[in-house]
Design a protein around this ligand. Structure first.
Ligand SMILES: [Zn+2]
Length: 63
């Protein structure tokens, strides 16, 4: 799932550690990945869209 960054979003990128919200000004997008452990939802990870690709798309392709 990829969506535009919400203003005030304080999430940081799991790949580069920078606040994801900063990319909003550049018109870039973030990747929000729901992470499951043993079939149970565990957490949400945030990435900049290019960082997600750099990380090798650990949670699969996003639309
Ligand atoms: Zn990043």
């Amino acid at each position: 799932m990829v969506r535009n960054v919400d203003p005030g979003n304080s999430a940081t990128c799991r790949h580069c550690g920078a606040p994801v919200k900063f990319v909003a000004r550049a018109g870039l997008r973030q990747v929000i990945a729901n992470v499951y452990c043993d079939g149970v939802w565990d957490r949400v990870e945030h990435y900049h869209e290019p960082c997600y690709a750099d990380a090798g798309r650990p949670h699969g392709r996003v639309a």
